[in-house]
Design a protein around this ligand. Structure first.
Ligand code: UFG
Length: 324
């Protein structure tokens, strides 16, 4: 079993992926600068504190742990902030990734699993988004993700670096043991915000827009459990190593739920009631974003273990127990 460096492994998706890797017999080493990640989320795992842009440190770690694959989760992810501060996003999400990739090439690390995003597609041109959908990101965040995908193509051609780019739709949920989950300093994501309202940590949940051309007027998204995403990372990594080939996959469930439906499910599962306010649309939100996961299902054998109700149950459990 090969050793894997998980850059950003103390963050939300990274901390879930290291557990799935360990369960499957891999040896994940976490590398994180803890600017957003949580030390408590990596208890019991080998951990090195360091920055994505520290090429020298990374090369030493590649050698020390005999790293074969790097999984990269250390990106900034707030769309609104990327519009206000593009320099911050291009620096962290592109420039520092180039430095990481160079360290890999120089250190002889062969495989790269990249956290890409549905944001690379921009406004959807069809109901379900497959891998061939046009890529026209509408904000700097999405552009940083698309740029790295393009850089990866060039690095494969020139240096033989193989990569799997995984375009997440709406990552959500928490580990079923309730010990780790989503925890951002300034939360912007729908499900954690609904729970803040449900648990009295904020006055209400604001629904951004109820005049979209959807079944109930609110935005539709494709919510996929973080452990299902973690599974896809391992399947994609294994296929890449078997076939020595770069690939791209859209990771969602193929089902869309509206903001109102998510709120209704949280109310049903928790039995809690809370205040809902209707607010104007949030800039840059497309009406509907749903994945076509057929390629990941067929080529990777990827299936989802968590439906919406189970996702909300895991969040509910985490929110009751959370320690960070
Ligand atoms: N929403 C509300 N109220 C809130 C928060 C969100 O109504 O308080 C709505 C949003 O308008 C949107 C839906 O809930 O319609 C989901 O919003 P999130 O912020 O949870 O997620 P996004 O779909 O905006 O973003 C996700 C990822 C991003 C990624 C994007 C790709 O979190 O990292 O998908 O399109 F860029």
């Amino acid at each position: 079993m090969s050793n894997i460096l998980v850059v950003g492994g103390a963050g939300y998706i990274g901390s879930h992926t290291i557990r799935v890797l360990k369960d499957k017999g891999y040896f994940p080493v976490v590398y994180d600068n803890l600017s957003k990640g949580h030390k408590k989320a990596v208890r019991g795992f080998p951990f090195v504190k360091g920055d994505l842009g520290n090429k020298k440190k990374l090369k030493n770690i590649f050698k020390k742990y005999d790293i074969e694959t790097v999984m990269h989760f250390a990106a900034f992810t707030e769309v609104g902030e990327s519009v206000a501060k593009p320099s911050k996003y291009y620096e962290n999400n592109v420039c520092k990734v180039i430095s990481l990739l160079d360290a890999m090439v120089e250190g002889g690390v062969k495989y790269f699993v990249f956290s890409s995003s549905a944001a690379i597609f921009g406004e959807p041109e069809k109901e379900r988004i497959d891998e061939n959908h046009p890529q026209n990101p509408i904000n700097p965040y999405g552009r940083t993700k698309l740029m790295v995908e393009q850089i990866l193509k060039d690095y494969d051609e020139a240096y033989g670096l193989k990569s799997a780019s995984l375009r997440y739709f709406n990552a959500c949920g928490a580990h079923p043991d309730g010990k780790i989950g989503e925890s951002h300093e300034n939360e912007t994501h729908l499900i954690p915000i609904i729970f803040q309202a449900a648990l009295g940590k904020r006055e209400s949940i604001k629904v951004f827009g109820c005049d979209y051309p959807t079944k109930d007027g609110t935005c539709i998204r494709d919510y996929v459990h973080v452990n299902d995403l973690a599974d896809a990372h391992i399947l994609a990594m294994e296929k890449m190593a078997r076939e020595n080939k770069s690939e791209r996959y859209n990771l969602g469930s193929g089902n869309g739920y509206s903001v109102k439906e998510i709120i209704g499910t949280v109310k049903k599962i928790t039995g809690l009631d809370f205040k809902i306010e209707y607010a104007p649309r949030r800039a840059g939100d497309p009406a509907t974003l749903i994945a076509d996961p057929a390629k990941a299902e067929t080529e990777l054998g990827w299936t989802r273990r968590y439906n919406l109700e189970r996702i909300i149950e895991t969040v509910s459990d985490w929110e009751k127990k959370r320690k960070y």
